[in-house]
Design a protein around this ligand. Structure first.
Ligand SMILES: CSC[C@H]1O[C@H](OP(=O)(O)O)[C@H](O)[C@@H]1O
Length: 341
């Protein structure tokens, strides 16, 4: 089953908040339902957000363009599209997908849906090629065999529209080549995308993996248990800075210190050439309860204040390579700066 699909006028997906213990199918028929699913991370992951955004515009077009007054209908559809694009600010893909679909609005609801379906098919192709390219890069960077890989958050099929992830897709590609000893899965607090989603995907695929608390990553690198860190991205700026799940920057600093390659895997739709560097990226700040609680169970006093940035920004100089379906962006600084310790 695809992670995201379109059936009978609805976005059909799996509710990622219920995983790994329940596999609940979501059928989203309105823009408001879709915004709710995006905000609560039932639908999540940069490429998946792009396709969901495009399908959301298709829903808005079908809802409003049937009105007699076409200009009024288009204005209403555009207003819905803006609410969708603003649902989560950091992943560039969401607004990208909305804008791609909006470009077809003047040709009517069927044209908007056709655009969204095309983007969904392209998402599969782009992500698959990026994972093959990334596997080739990792093989070239890491002489030891088999590979011990560390990943953060979830950049698997669940983070895309289709059957293959980005960073985790590269892990799957390497495993298919018989090159993976095991994968260290950062649990990824506060919402535990690693423990709940990446472990679920790797378990279903029979790929050896070990769950780890986020704070163990640096010491696992110091023990020589990591050959390469491979992660996804939510926005890559023109100079190669990378916004990704909170904790990625710390991984990059530790990896650089230990001379371990840091590879980012993403489709070109995650690259934002309009933004010159990472300082300009809006980092989503989420509800403090996500930190005060573990999946809804309080662990801190109710009055405790908390930081909860959903992402951080890793400077290009700490990223060995950003790999897409179309190119490999290498940082000379990252290569020069890495001396094994
Ligand atoms: C393949 S992009 C996945 C990317 O998105 C995740 O964020 P979230 O779970 O909040 O949508 C995380 O940053 C992943 O690396």
């Amino acid at each position: 089953m695809r992670t995201l699909d379109w059936e009978d006028g609805a976005v059909v997906t799996i509710d990622q908040c219920a995983l790994p213990h329940q596999e609940i199918t979501l059928r989203v028929r309105t823009v408001d339902e879709l915004i709710d699913a995006i905000k609560r991370l039932a639908i999540r992951g940069a490429p998946a957000l792009g396709i969901a955004g495009a399908f959301g515009v298709a829903i808005a077009a079908r809802t409003h363009l049937s009105d007699a007054d076409r200009p009024l209908g288009e204005a209403a559809a555009r207003a819905d599209a803006e609410r969708l694009a603003s649902a989560r600010p950091t992943a560039v893909n969401l607004r990208w997908g909305v804008e791609q679909a909006l470009a077809s609005l003047g040709d009517g609801p069927d044209a908007v849906l056709a655009t969204a379906l095309r983007l969904m098919d392209e998402d599969d192709r782009m992500n698959h090629q990026a994972t093959v390219n990334a596997a080739d890069v990792i093989v070239g960077l890491c002489p030891d065999r088999p590979l011990r890989l560390l990943t953060h958050c979830n950049a698997g099929a669940l983070a895309t529209a289709g059957l293959r992830g980005t960073a985790l897709g590269a892990v799957f590609e390497l495993a298919e080549r018989g090159l993976v000893e095991f994968v260290i899965v950062d649990e990824t607090r506060p919402l535990l995308q690693g423990a709940r989603l990446t472990a679920w995907e790797l378990g279903r695929a029979g790929i050896p993996h070990r769950l780890s608390v986020d704070s163990a990553a640096a010491s696992l690198m110091a023990r020589g248990l990591v050959d390469c860190v491979v992660v996804g991205a939510d926005r890559i700026t023109a100079n190669g800075d990378v916004a990704n799940k909170i904790g990625t920057y710390g991984l990059a600093v530790s990896a650089a210190y230990h001379g371990i390659p840091m590879v980012v895997v993403a489709p070109e739709s995650t690259v934002d050439e309009q933004l010159k560097d990472g300082a300009l990226i809006e980092v989503e700040e989420r509800d403090a309860d996500e930190v005060r609680q573990v999946l809804g169970m309080p662990v801190a006093p109710e009055a405790t204040e908390a930081f909860n940035p959903a992402f951080d920004v890793t400077p290009a100089e700490l990223v060995t390579a950003v790999v897409t379906e179309a190119r490999v962006m290498r940082s000379e600084k990252a290569a020069a700066g890495r001396t094994a310790r």
